[in-house]
Write a protein that binds this ligand. Structure first.
Ligand code: NAD
Length: 491
């Protein structure tokens, strides 16, 4: 048994929703189960919150916002508290990594090295930024002072997905808290444990009660009431495009709250005729699709290769997965754990079967590997009409498509409803610039697979995004309102 399995046995798991600084059951007393997707074992029963719990959480957030216990702090005081929270996250990195791993099936090594450090970094980065930002004075007449200031929007709700539970929480609460808002988080029902633990650490760091609340529960029961709430000022969501659309409806049906949506993707890697180092590209692209079990919104689930490099690329990619380490996520050697749930496993398997039926050729994988493990799967001869080309699979499945020309490859890359990210391989600096601009995606990596980092805005074109960006200083825009203060100086 390795050290992480030992930690798993002695974990102290949260049991209550975090409302106004207290860890409480749902008012109805109802609970839902969260299970380990690798072993199937029951991990915890968590409060199945509903509209009445959401009301209490929103009231706590509103009270704390209006009291000014957080919103009126000097930005440097918020910075200091968020820095302490980041320190506490890192001090508990192994515990949080194991909790995330058993809850989501994510390889523990990734959680230790990527998810938890990036979570801490996101919170620290936004806290650090806050006391270095200035507002503006508009060019008005000498007898007028026109101030353009940014103010916190007020009460923010954040509805989260299950693929990067802590990190997606940090992408939302980092800028929302740094700018002085009070927040209610609704984590995904599959993966709520670390959100509750983060809320506990936030209280320890000095975030006042009511400023960061976590309501656990199902989407329609706990997420929809936040979306429809008359006293939530802004809602930020990461998840599927299908559910994202609902939040626009909820907003229209209630108080027209600001809505920012980060949604699905079907990102393409475009390999042009002059691309160099096909073996290196294959290695990077294997990571780009199979990392995090392919449960990654920017996963390059399509590779569009010029006919001159297509065969070599398919061959090199196939070599990459020959001994891809699949298995127990608590084993540090594991690179791919189980899919998050049986329901999701069935969705992935179903789409793979559709790919086979529609004529794509399986060159690797194509089936489960026991339990909820799914073999890294490579399809060749994929064409734009196929479902596996158009639909987000959100599993370890990549389709390779052959293009007759570089121009056709770029056109094909844009041929889906999504526009989250894209990758471009070329040896030509001119083609790199020209085609990076042609790709309809929020992030374009050139000769690398990248989402950028905390300093760069992240979000999607088309049906992948709406209303703003996560990350970078640009993220602050979704959590602040612009105000003009026009002062008569003539008297
Ligand atoms: P999902 O849309 O099923 O669920 C997301 C959240 O919405 C969960 O908290 C869920 O409980 C809630 N929800 C579900 N139904 C709801 C309803 N009727 N009303 C209100 N809330 C509801 O998404 P998921 O399966 O958790 O996550 C996977 C999706 O997230 C993928 O499409 C992926 O691409 C996307 N994603 C996008 C990004 C990004 O930044 N663009 C990042 C990570 C994941």
């Amino acid at each position: 048994m390795n050290a992480y399995s030992e930690i798993a046995k002695s974990l102290k798991l949260p049991t209550g929703a975090c409302i106004d600084g207290q860890f409480v059951p749902a008012k109805s007393g109802a609970t839902f189960e969260t299970r380990n997707p690798y072993t199937g074992a029951l991990i915890a029963a968590l409060p199945a919150c509903g509209a009445e719990d959401v009301d209490v959480a929103v009231a706590a957030a509103r009270r704390s916002f209006e009291d000014g216990v957080w919103s009126d702090l000097h930005p440097s005081e918020r910075k200091q508290i968020l820095g302490t929270l980041a320190d506490l996250l890192m001090a508990n990195v192994k515990e949080l990594a194991v909790m995330e791993s058993i809850d989501a099936g994510k390889p523990v090594a990734d959680c230790v090295e990527i998810d938890i450090p990036e979570t801490a970094n996101a919170i620290r980065w936004h806290g650090e930024a806050q006391d270095k930002l200035y507002d503006q004075i508009a060019p008005s007449a000498p007898d007028t002072l026109a101030l353009v200031v940014r103010e916190p929007v007020g009460v923010v709700a954040a509805v989260l997905p299950w693929n990067f539970p802590l990190l997606m929480m940090a992408w939302k609460i980092g800028p929302a808290l740094a700018t002085g808002n009070s927040v209610i988080v609704k984590p995904a029902e599959q993966t709520s444990l670390t959100a509750l633990r983060l809320a506990e650490l936030a209280l320890e760091a000095g975030v006042p009660p009511g400023v960061l609340n976590v309501v656990t529960g199902m989407g329609p029961d706990a997420g929809a009431p936040l979306g429809r709430h008359m006293d939530v000022d802004a809602l930020t969501f990461t998840g599927s495009t299908e559910v994202g659309r609902m939040f626009l409806e909820y907003s229209a049906q209630s108080n027209l709250k600001e809505v920012c949506l980060e949604m699905g993707g079907k990102s393409a890697a475009v390999v042009l005729s002059d691309a160099e180092d096909i073996a290196g590209i294959a290695k990077t692209q294997a990571e780009a699709i199979f990392w995090n079990m392919g449960e990654n919104c920017t996963a390059n689930s399509r590779i569009i290769a010029h006919k001159d490099v297509y065969d070599a690329l398919v061959a090199e990619l196939t070599k990459q997965v020959a001994d891809w380490p699949l298995g127990d996520p608590l084993d540090p050697a594991t690179r791919q754990g189980p899919l998050v749930s049986a329901e999701h496993f069935d969705k992935v398997s179903g789409l793979v079967d559709t790919g086979k039926a529609q004529g794509a050729r399986v060159v690797a994988g194509g089936e489960g590997a026991g339990g909820l493990l799914f073999k890294p799967t490579i399809f060749a001869e994929v064409t734009p009409e196929m479902d596996i080309y158009q639909n987000e699979i959100f599993g370890p499945v990549v389709g390779v498509t052959c293009a007759e020309s570089d121009e056709e490859a770029i056109v094909m890359a844009n041929q889906t409803q999504y526009g989250l990210a894209a990758t471009l391989y070329t040896a030509s600096i001119a083609k790199a610039h020209r085609y990076a601009r042609k790709l309809r995606a929020g992030t374009v990596g050139v000769n690398t697979y990248s989402e950028g980092d905390i300093s760069t805005p992240f979000g999607g074109f088309k049906s992948s995004g709406f209303g703003g960006r996560d990350n970078g200083i640009h993220a602050h825009e979704q959590y602040t309102e612009l105000k003009t203060i026009w002062i008569d100086l003539s008297a």
